[in-house]
Design a protein around this ligand. Structure first.
Ligand code: ARG
Ligand code: ZN
Length: 491
């Protein structure tokens, strides 16, 4: 749904609810006012009918309304927690899963969809009762519970499924999904590949907490987002339990199973740091990864306290030519792990992209522009004057005639989204001054941490904290086709 229409509907609902609340207050027997039950929870028959009662349960939409990925995510509910029990058969390269997805219905639902690509589904239940299910298109599992689900109610869906590693169609770099090489597994889901591993509302606007219980042969190690809370030995296998309490977008899920070595450290404020290295490459990255605590300290000064429960790098023995900021555990291939700039970039995403996530994929520059700028800040930390040189070189680097905001789905990770996005931030900084600029970066996390934000939110915040009228700046740097002349903006 388009944002304006959604706002109009929300406004309509607010007015309707206000009218009903007044009506209820007027007709309610006097003495009962204080312990009046909430709408929908055991209202007496005599109470007036609410708007929700009047709406017949209807099927939840098979898409959350993203402008670039219309099939990603779904309508009608909001997930609060995923409990994923996964069992990896390394020899058969086959995963068996049981996913318990707890959600709140945002409408009365006769059926709803979870994103799931590939995988064979064997059973589905909703609140313990067997539910009907059917596959729709390439990535949808439509579930019809035994009875309709009330708007505002919480429900838990359990899906049993199994299958080999798969991907969904992506760009020239890779198809998002999970990969099993020999007996090993790792995940690269951005933007819409989480559906290949577990049934989900696969869109960053629906963040949730996670728990992972992953069983693998006991000669392999398992890492996932969050903190290891325990391991349970079994017969030739071991179950690893990870708790990821910070709200997380589905594309940031990491589950990796491999022959790995761990390196532990402590960051600012006792933050647990744990890196996981594929044993084939262990020892090669001690120097760069050894700087993690120091990087976190610098970033915390600039951006506000580290926003998540833990951090670490996961280095796989692959040459994919990329890294991904999977939450609390960024994944690097063996080339990316050697680059201090990339290591800083993925760490910065924990603030920008992970704690605060893009409301839609058109807002991707809020991830990549910020992480790129953070990487420049880190590189010039001992010589701040060098930053201007970096910025000028970047501004002259070409292929930046593409707006960082709403670049189009085929340009989601284009150079301009990164570099011109970062240039936008530098121009903003030079325009409003260091104090206001760093206040924007810190307030961003305070205000939107754990949730999502839009480009409009950033613009409004920058204007609020600087008192400046910044529409011309953001129009030129974020939305115009042609790259503005840097010297026209920063004399
Ligand atoms: N978000 C990743 C980063 O840290 C990049 C992912 C690239 N993905 C792609 N499909 N090209 O910059
Ligand atoms: Zn990035």
């Amino acid at each position: 749904m388009d944002r304006r229409r959604r706002l109009a509907i929300v406004a309509g609902v607010v007015v309707a609810v206000a009218v009903l609340v007044v009506a209820v207050v007027l007709v309610w027997p006097d003495g009962d006012r204080d312990d009046r039950p909430l709408a929908g929870s055991g209202r007496p028959d005599s109470a007036p009918t609410t708007a929700a009662d009047a709406v017949e349960p209807s099927p939840g939409a098979a898409g959350i309304g993203d402008p670039y990925y219309p099939a990603a995510g779904n309508g009608g509910y909001d997930v609060t927690h995923y409990d994923l029990a996964l069992t990896w058969d390394a020899e058969a390269r086959h995963m068996t899963g049981e996913a318990a997805v707890t959600a709140t219905a945002t409408q009365a639902l006769s059926s709803f969809v979870l994103d799931l690509a590939g995988m064979e589904v064997s059973a589905v239940s909703v609140d313990g009762e067997e539910a009907a299910f059917a596959r729709e298109g390439d990535r949808d599992l439509r579930i019809t519970p035994a009875g309709p689900l009330a708007a505002g109610g919480t429900f838990t869906t359990v899906v049993r499924y199994a299958g080999p590693p798969t991907t969904v169609p992506g760009d020239e770099f890779f198809d998002p999904g999970w990969f099993g090489d020999d007996g090993e597994v790792y995940a690269l889901f951005e933007p819409d590949g989480a559906a290949t591993l577990f049934p989900s509302n696969d869109h960053p606007s629906d963040k949730a907490s996670y728990e992972f219980r992953v069983t693998a042969p006991d000669d392999l190690e398992v890492v996932a987002n969050g903190r290891l809370t325990g391991t349970i030995p079994g017969d030739g296998v071991r179950t690893w339990v990870y708790d990821a309490p910070d709200p997380m977008a589905s594309y940031l899920v990491q589950v990796a199973i491999a022959d790995m070595e761990f390196a532990e450290a402590t960051g600012p404020g006792g933050l647990p740091i744990r890196h996981a290295f594929d044993t084939d490459v262990a020892g090669e990255f001690d120097q760069v990864m050894g700087r993690t605590a120091q990087m976190i300290e610098s970033f915390a000064e600039w951006f506000g306290p580290y926003p998540l429960v833990s951090y670490g790098a996961l280095v796989v023995d692959e040459s994919l030519g990329l890294a991904l900021e999977t939450q609390t555990l960024s994944i690097f291939d063996s080339t990316a792990a050697g680059s201090e700039e990339i290591v800083a970039h993925e760490l910065a995403h924990q603030w920008f992209g992970n704690a605060v996530s893009p409301a839609t994929w058109a807002d991707i520059w809020l991830n990549e522009g910020f992480a790129t700028y953070a990487q420049w800040l880190w590189s010039s930390r001992d010589e701040p004057a060098a930053l201007d040189g970096t910025v000028r070189r970047a501004a002259a680097s070409g292929s930046l005639d593409l707006p960082p905001y709403d670049p189009g789905p085929e340009h989601l990770f284009a150079e301009s989204v990164y570099t011109r996005g970062a240039l936008t931030l530098h121009v903003l900084r030079r325009t409003i001054g260091d104090d206001a600029f760093f206040a924007v970066l810190r307030t961003w996390g305070e205000r939107f941490g754990g949730a999502v934000a839009t480009t409009a939110d950033l613009e409004a915040l920058a204007e609020e904290l600087s008192g400046a009228e910044l529409t011309p700046l953001f129009d030129a740097w974020l939305r115009a086709e042609a790259l503005p002349a840097y010297d026209d903006w920063v004399p």
